[in-house]
Design a protein around this ligand. Structure first.
Ligand code: BG6
Length: 483
């Protein structure tokens, strides 16, 4: 649909930026923090760093938040490390962990930045993993107890809560993210998935009981799936993958029931989880207030060729995906790709927003969207990430078109506020508005440098999304340059 006039972004639109605890904080074993599955990960892809120091945000959060305030963001979406709060996953609460996030939240409030808290972003406590992780129903109770501690301690200042980051990616690509036992079978994975659904539902319900003013929602990764052609068999394959990758997760979170196509896939493959008495009631009772989702690019699939359509082994965007008899992933020849092979599809962002809104009719916040690239410091000390500006500009334009289409969007938090360690490509794959001067195995001084995109995003925010034009000049103060 071509609009003759665009609707503006809402007046109090939450222009924000995102991070996650394990990718940005570092201080992996300090001040009583317990180990998470990420900390105990044995292998990293060759040439990539671990998360022990990351961007050292734990020690530098004040400097980082001051920079975020200078950039002008209205919201900061970060995650709490479960193992800082409850080092063993259950039981004793760590006062130092509580204190850290108290300081972080207070610092944000000082600058009038709205905290948006993800409760769990891939970093399950290792102590729980040793007891079966999400295969063990006791992990549901552990998550609820942990949520209660968060609500009690931060509920007076945090209005927006996100339950689980990208549950769908954990299930589909947890092995690439390095958080799953590589020997775990698919049936067991979908049992874990079911337990996460129950945990999420219980926590949403608890939030509404304890904090009537707060708002809570799920945070999956949603990417609309295209059929490779108009061949009805390709269209069916796209429906299949949309159901398995996207709607399964949102249907359970919003409506409290399993998507029919996804359930028939689970049954057909022998992956259907055991659903205990009472679970369906728990799922039904929970009502999210909004949908948060992460968007990077659409996916394209074609009709399955037959045997041999197996899943590939790496991350969501760069792999050959497939399920025998269900769908087969293919690339979309209409789309360009990033340096890291991810497709770029801003129009797909509008399509995905429209689709999610039509299906669920809940307000939407985008909690991740961004470009992973290799940034370079120029001789004059600047970082001219015009490619990132171009990526974000195109996505913001499409978001405004979606708003004009009638989609209720109340915030946009690109990935990432500051450079951090990628899930499986190390620090060299950067997403931030703020550069962190370190390399894979050389921490240097971890100095912070605002990139060109930092000043561009500031202009976007100041104009409430009206001015997306290029920056006419990018003047980095002498004090912020490394030469
Ligand atoms: C999302 C995750 O999947 O994508 C983030 O929530 C992640 O944790 C981001 O960093 C980008 O992926 P990657 O693999 O490039 O780090």
């Amino acid at each position: 649909m071509k609009h003759t006039q665009l609707k503006p972004f809402p007046k109090d639109f939450l222009w924000g930026a995102s991070t996650s605890a394990y990718q940005v904080e570092g201080a992996w074993n300090e001040d009583g923090k317990g180990p998470s599955v990420i900390d105990m990960r044995e292998k990293y892809p060759e040439g990539t760093t671990d998360y022990k120091v990351a961007s050292d945000h734990y020690h530098r959060y004040q400097e980082d938040i001051a920079l975020m305030a200078e950039m002008g963001i209205k919201a900061y979406r970060f995650s709490v490390a479960w193992t800082r709060i409850i080092p063993n996953g259950t039981g004793e609460v760590n006062p130092k962990g509580i204190e850290f996030y108290n300081h972080l939240i207070n610092e944000l409030i000082k600058y009038k930045i709205e905290p948006i808290v993800t409760m769990y972003h891939f970093d399950l406590p290792y102590a729980l993993q040793e007891r079966g992780g999400w295969s063990n129903r006791k992990t549901i109770d552990a998550f609820v107890d942990y949520a209660k501690v968060l609500f009690e301690n931060y509920g007076d200042r945090v209005k927006y809560w996100l339950t689980i980051n990208e549950q769908n990616m954990m299930i589909m690509h947890g092995k690439a993210i390095g958080i799953l036992d590589p020997n775990l079978g698919e049936r067991e994975l979908y049992q874990q998935n079911h337990h996460m659904f129950v945990a999420q539902a219980k926590v949403m319900d608890l939030c509404h009981q304890m904090l009537p003013e707060a708002l809570i929602g799920p945070a999956p990764n949603i990417s609309y799936v295209y059929p490779a052609t108009s061949n009805p068999e390709d269209v069916l394959a796209a429906q299949n993958f949309n159901a398995i990758r996207n709607w399964l997760y949102l249907d359970v979170a919003v409506y409290g029931y399993y998507n029919a196509t996804a359930w028939s896939f689970l049954e057909e493959k022998g992956y259907a989880p055991t659903i205990k008495d009472g679970d369906r009631e728990i799922l039904k009772k929970a009502n999210p207030d909004f949908i948060a989702f992460n968007y990077y690019a659409t996916k394209t699939v074609e009709a399955p060729a037959g045997e041999g359509d197996e899943k590939g082994g790496s991350g969501d965007q760069e792999i050959v995906i497939g399920e025998a008899g269900v769908y087969k992933g293919t690339s979309n020849p209409n789309l360009p790709t990033t340096d890291f092979g991810w497709q770029i599809d801003p129009v797909g962002f509008r399509i995905t927003l429209r689709e999610v809104y039509e299906r669920y009719r809940l307000p939407i916040i985008i909690t991740e969207n961004g470009l992973g690239a290799i940034d370079k410091i120029e001789e004059d000390g600047t970082i001219r990430d015009v490619y990132r500006i171009s990526y974000l500009k195109q996505h913001i334009e499409q978001m405004q078109l979606a708003i004009t289409d009638g989609v209720d969007i109340f915030g946009y938090c690109p990935w990432s506020a500051i450079d951090l360690v990628s899930t499986h490509s190390g620090i060299k794959k950067r997403y931030g508005f703020i550069f962190v001067d370190r390399e894979e195995f050389d921490l240097k001084e971890l100095r912070r440098i605002p990139k060109q995109s930092f000043y561009w995003y500031n202009k976007v925010i100041r104009s409430n999304g009206e001015d997306l034009s290029e920056l006419t000049e990018y003047v980095l103060p002498e004090s912020k340059r490394i030469m």
